[in-house]
Every structure is written in C-alpha cells, then in structure tokens.
Write a protein that binds this ligand. Structure first.
Ligand SMILES: Cc1cc2nc3c(=O)[nH]c(=O)nc-3n(C[C@H](O)[C@H](O)[C@H](O)COP(=O)(O)OP(=O)(O)OC[C@H]3O[C@@H](n4cnc5c(N)ncnc54)[C@H](O)[C@@H]3O)c2cc1C
Length: 136
C-alpha cells in the first residue's frame, strides 16, 4: 500500500535576485509524469552551464529558465494528460492500459506509447552543448 499526495509545482518564476529554485522545489512534475530526478539533474547541468558562461548571475539564471521551462511545461502537461492511464478508474480504462503496454513491445508502436507517456523527446543538453561548445 502506498499513500501520498500527488501534486505538481508551478512557480511563476524560478529565481528572484540571486536566489534560485531547482528540481522539485521549482518544477515538480509528479510521479504521473516521472523523470523528476532526471529533470533535477538536468536542471543542475543547465543552471551550471548558464552561470559559467553568462556575464552576470541574473543573466545566467534567466538563461537557465529559458532553456528548461519549455521542457518542464511539456512534461507536466503530459503527466496531467496521462493520469487516467496511470490511475484507471473503469474496466475499459484498465483494458486500454493493458493493451497499450502490450503494444509497447512492438516496433513503431513503442515510440507512440513512449511519446504519449513521457512527452516530446528533448535535446536540451545537446542543444546547450551546440550553442556553447561545452558539455553535451
Ligand atoms: C513515489 C515516487 C516515485 C518517483 N519515481 C521517479 C522515477 O522513477 N524517476 C525519476 O526521475 N523521478 C522519480 N520521482 C521523483 C524524484 O524523486 C524527485 O523528482 C527528485 O527526488 C527531486 O529531487 P530534488 O533534489 O529536487 O528534491 P528532493 O529529492 O526532495 O531533495 C530535497 C532535499 O531537501 C531536504 N530538505 C527539505 N527541507 C529542508 C530544510 N529546511 N533544510 C535542509 N534540507 C531540507 C529534504 O530532506 C531532501 O533531502 C519519484 C518520486 C516519488 C515520490
């Protein structure tokens, strides 16, 4: 038995002055979306990269949010959309979930199922490396 409060964190801004939020404190996506730990680590990477290469702390914090926020919004929206899949309430929904899991073993279908459950693939880290020539 597992009991918990399932929630997402939506902050209008992730930093104020030189104080910045990262990981769940800034953008928890919930277990419905998954990948929260990955997003926290990726966020640390993007934040460090932007701070290291920006002329000021404020510009680095703005760059971090500009790169990461669209990715987080997509994951959060995907999590909200798939909550009925995650927590089926009817027999039909349970059947649909079993069928989609079975399909996930097939080529092509695996990409469709993955896309529906985890959102768009992201090349955020590669994109940052391409723009800055560092990391990736
Ligand atoms: C059931 C469940 C399953 C999950 N499964 C996955 C998964 O499969 N894959 C995945 O990527 N993510 C998963 N996640 C999400 C993942 O655990 C979180 O997104 C990730 O841990 C966020 O990291 P964080 O460092 O931002 O926050 P946290 O890991 O919550 O770290 C915050 C730390 O700050 C400490 N703290 C709090 N207040 C204070 C204070 N006042 N002073 C000092 N310290 C303080 C806390 O004790 C904690 O150690 C899951 C989460 C849950 C709940």
């Amino acid at each position: 038995m597992y009991y918990d409060h399932v929630a997402q964190v939506e902050m209008p801004s992730w930093s104020r002055g030189r104080v910045v939020l990262l990981g769940d404190a800034a953008y928890a996506v919930s277990l419905l979306a998954g990948q929260g730990a990955s997003l926290a680590v990726a966020g640390a990477y993007v934040l460090a990269g932007n701070l290291a290469r920006s002329p000021s702390v404020e510009a680095g914090l703005a760059g971090y949010e500009r790169v990461l926020r669209p990715v987080v919004l997509d994951k959060q929206a995907t999590g909200r959309k798939s909550r009925r899949w995650f927590l089926p309430a009817t027999r039909t929904q349970r059947w649909l979930r079993r069928a989609s899991l079975a399909l996930a073993g097939l080529p092509v279908a695996d990409r469709l199922v993955a896309g529906a459950l985890v959102g768009k693939p992201t090349a955020m880290i590669a994109e940052q490396a391409r723009r800055t020539g560092v990391g990736g």
